[in-house]
Ligand binder design. Structure first.
Ligand SMILES: Cc1cc2nc3c(=O)[nH]c(=O)nc-3n(C[C@H](O)[C@H](O)[C@H](O)COP(=O)(O)OP(=O)(O)OC[C@H]3O[C@@H](n4cnc5c(N)ncnc54)[C@H](O)[C@@H]3O)c2cc1C
Length: 413
C-alpha cells in the first residue's frame, strides 16, 4: 500500500502502539493527545500486563523494559488450592509484567517520538468528517483550533471515546456487579521475587501485585454494598485492611502500610463497540472496555493496535485493511470478552465454579491450560476442550458431558 497519512486520537497504550507500528511501516502518523504533558498517565489502572502482550510491548520500546518493570507470573489461589504459573512455561511467552502506568505511558510516547511519529500534546480531537476517501479532523488546543487531513483515522481515545460519539458508534453496555478499590502498600512481607496473587474470596477477588520499587499493589473487587459501606466510613482504609485480613493467602496488611490514595470505582460496565465504523478504526478501550477484574485492558489495547497495523501491512487499500482488522478483532477478542462479561455477574453458578476449580486443580495439564487462558495466550475454546477431554477420560457421564466453566480471571462464555 502507498504511504498513508494517519491521524490517531489518544496517545495512551493503544494509540502509541498503533502509531509506532504504522510509522515503522512507513506511514506518516500524527498522534493527537488531549493531555498536555508527555509524562501524563492513566491513574485508574493496576497495570498488570498479561503474558499475551509482553513480547509485543517489548518490541515497541527500544531498551530497558525489564529494568523498569517487575517481571512476574500469576499465582491463582482457588478454593481448591494454589495454581502457580511459576511452575509452567507456555511456548509463546513465559511471564507477565507489573509496569506502573506512570512509567509505561511516557515510555510509549517517547518511543513514538523516536520512531518519527508527530506527537501533538494538549490537543483534543473535536470534529471529524469523511468525504471522498479523505478525513478532515479538527483539533483544539487551549487557545486555537486547527484542521488536519488524513487517509486513515484511528480512535484510540479510551472508553468514553469522543470519536465514537462524533461518528455515532454507540457501545453495548454489560453490567459489572462489583466495585473496586486499590492502594499501594509498603513493607508487605514475603512479596520480593514472588508472583502476583489472584485470590478468589467467595464472590469477591483480591489481587496483590509486587511492584518494581519493592512495594505491593493491593486491589480488590468487592460487592457493591460493601463498597458503599466503605465509602460511607470515616476510615475506609481500615475497613479495607479488615477485609484483606479475612482473605486466605493474603499477607497481613495494616492501614499504616497503605501509601497514597485508595483509588476506586463504584461502577465500571463493560462497553463493546464496533471495531470499524463509518470508515474509522477503533482500537483499545474505544472498541472494547472490559471489567478491570480481568486485567486484560492494556494487553488487548496493544494487541488491537497490532492487529490494525498488521491488516494495513497485508492489504491493498484502506477499506480492505479496515475489513480485515474488524474480522481479526472479533476472532481474537470476542470469546474472551463474552467470558469476562459473564464473570462480571455475581452468584450465577458458585457451585459449578467451585467444581471446575477443583477439577483444574486436580490435573497438571488443565492447570497449564487454565494459566494460558488467564494469560490470554489461548482461546477459551481450547481450555473448554481440555476440560471436556478431562471429563471424558474420568467421568462416567462420558465425552458429551457439559460443565459450566465460568471462572474469575479465566473467563468462559
Ligand atoms: C481500576 C482499573 C484497573 C485496571 N487494571 C488493569 C490491569 O491491571 N491490567 C490491564 O491490562 N488493564 C487494566 N485496566 C484497563 C486499562 O487501564 C485500559 O484498558 C487501558 O488503559 C486502555 O488503553 P487505551 O489506550 O485504549 O485507552 P486509555 O488508556 O484510556 O487512553 C485514551 C487516551 O485518549 C486520550 N483522549 C481521549 N479523548 C481524546 C480526544 N478527543 N482527543 C485527544 N485525546 C483524547 C486520553 O487523554 C487518553 O490518553 C484497568 C482499568 C481500571 C479502570
Amino acid at each position: 500500500m502507498k504511504q498513508l497519512a494517519v491521524v490517531i486520537a489518544g496517545a495512551s497504550v493503544a494509540g502509541c502502539a498503533a502509531a509506532i507500528l504504522m510509522r515503522r511501516a512507513g506511514h506518516k502518523v500524527t498522534l493527537v493527545e488531549q493531555k498536555a504533558e508527555i509524562g501524563a498517565y492513566k491513574q485508574l489502572c493496576t497495570h498488570f500486563i498479561q503474558p499475551s502482550a509482553v513480547g509485543l510491548l517489548a518490541s515497541l520500546v527500544p531498551h530497558g523494559l525489564e529494568s523498569l518493570a517487575c517481571k512476574t507470573h500469576a499465582v491463582l489461589a482457588t478454593p481448591a488450592g494454589i495454581i502457580d504459573a511459576g511452575g509452567y512455561r507456555h511456548e509463546q511467552a513465559d511471564h507477565a509484567l507489573n509496569l506502573p502506568r506512570r512509567v509505561l505511558d511516557p515510555l510509549l510516547r517517547a518511543a513514538a517520538i523516536q520512531a518519527g511519529v508527530h506527537l501533538c500534546l494538549g490537543r483534543k480531537l473535536v470534529a471529524a468528517c469523511h468525504a471522498q476517501g479523505e478525513w478532515t479532523v479538527r483539533v483544539a488546543g487551549s487557545s486555537d483550533e486547527q484542521s488536519m487531513k488524513a487517509d486513515l483515522l484511528v480512535a484510540a481515545d479510551g472508553h468514553s471515546s469522543t470519536l465514537a460519539r462524533l461518528l455515532d458508534n454507540p457501545a453495548s453496555h454489560y453490567p459489572n456487579e462489583r466495585a473496586s478499590f486499590f492502594v499501594s502498600c509498603a513493607g508487605v512481607a514475603g512479596i520480593a521475587g514472588a508472583g502476583s496473587l489472584f485470590i478468589n474470596h467467595g464472590e469477591e477477588m483480591a489481587f496483590l501485585y509486587p511492584q518494581p520499587d519493592g512495594s505491593a499493589l493491593l486491589s480488590c473487587y468487592v460487592l457493591k454494598e460493601r463498597a458503599a459501606h466503605w465509602l460511607a466510613a470515616r476510615h475506609p482504609q481500615a475497613l479495607l485492611a479488615d477485609w484483606a485480613a479475612q482473605v486466605k493467602y493474603l499477607p497481613r496488611i495494616e492501614p499504616g502500610m497503605m501509601r497514597g490514595p485508595a483509588y476506586r470505582y463504584r461502577d465500571y460496565p463493560s462497553l463493546w463497540r464496533k471495531p470499524v465504523h463509518a470508515g474509522c478504526a477503533f482500537i483499545g478501550d474505544a472498541a472494547l472496555t472490559l471489567d478491570p477484574m480481568s486485567g486484560v485492558g492494556c494487553g488487548f489495547a496493544l494487541q488491537s493496535a497490532s492487529l490494525l497495523a498488521q491488516s494495513l501491512g497485508t492489504s491493498e487499500s484502506v477499506d480492505e485493511a479496515l475489513q480485515g482488522y474488524g474480522q481479526a478483532h472479533s476472532k481474537l477478542f470476542a470469546a474472551h470478552a463474552k467470558g469476562i462479561i459473564a464473570d462480571s455477574r455475581i452468584g450465577a453458578s458458585a457451585q459449578a465454579n467451585d467444581k471446575i476449580q477443583a477439577l483444574i486443580h486436580s490435573d497438571p495439564e488443565l492447570q497449564a491450560k487454565y494459566l494460558s487462558l488467564t494469560g490470554r495466550l489461548i482461546q477459551p475454546i481450547e481450555f473448554q476442550r481440555a476440560v471436556l477431554n478431562r471429563l471424558a477420560r474420568f467421568s462416567t457421564r462420558g465425552p458429551g458431558a457439559t460443565v459450566s466453566t465460568s471462572t474469575h480471571h479465566g473467563s468462559q462464555p
